[in-house]
Design a protein around this ligand. Structure first.
Ligand code: THU
Length: 162
């Protein structure tokens, strides 16, 4: 048996050090979370997606009394981007969260299902999607690809039809 390792790379900075395009994208994620529908968790998340054509799509989490029927902000935004601009590549996604109910010290980090959803678009467009994670204290974590958040991801590449 051979031990193998996968490394991941991320960048830590703060909002004021971001380039203008990314600072504005984070602002849009922050703005979007204010419209989140999160009466059950009290955890408000916003996401803003920047496309190759310069369009920006934002979204927020939408909850449901039947809890699993709700959807995370990242998927609301990225699916809307896919629906509205099916042939335009996604460049970046910024995500932010606040909660009056929970104290959290780390930046928001997308759940496994959202990572898989972002991965689908990254594979589809054959171009990496940069992800910016924002904390209300303006800490920022950046990954250049969803692969850095989802190593060993499930991909259709390698699956063969009989
Ligand atoms: N949520 C998101 O919208 N994005 C994440 O990355 C993590 C969690 C939402 C789902 C649910 O509405 C609430 O936050 C609490 O889990």
């Amino acid at each position: 048996m051979i031990e193998k390792k996968i490394t991941t790379t991320f960048y830590q900075t703060n909002k004021s050090s971001l380039i203008k395009e990314e600072n504005s994208l984070v602002d849009l994620a922050i703005n979007s979370l204010k419209s989140a529908y999160a009466p059950y968790s009290g955890f408000m998340v916003g996401a803003a997606v920047l496309l190759d054509n310069g369009e920006i799509i934002s979204g927020n989490n939408q909850e449901n009394v039947a809890y699993p029927s709700g959807l995370c902000a990242e998927r609301v935004a990225i699916y809307y981007a896919g629906a509205k601009f099916p042939n335009v590549k996604i460049k970046k996604i910024a995500i932010s969260a606040v909660s009056k109910k929970f104290d959290f010290t780390d930046v928001i980090s997308p759940c496994g299902s959202c990572r898989q959803a972002i991965a689908e678009y990254e594979v589809k467009q054959d171009k990496n999607i940069k992800i910016l994670l924002h904390h209300p204290n303006d800490d920022i974590i950046i990954v250049n690809s969803v692969a850095d958040l989802l190593p060993f991801m499930f991909k259709s590449k390698g699956l063969k039809n009989f």
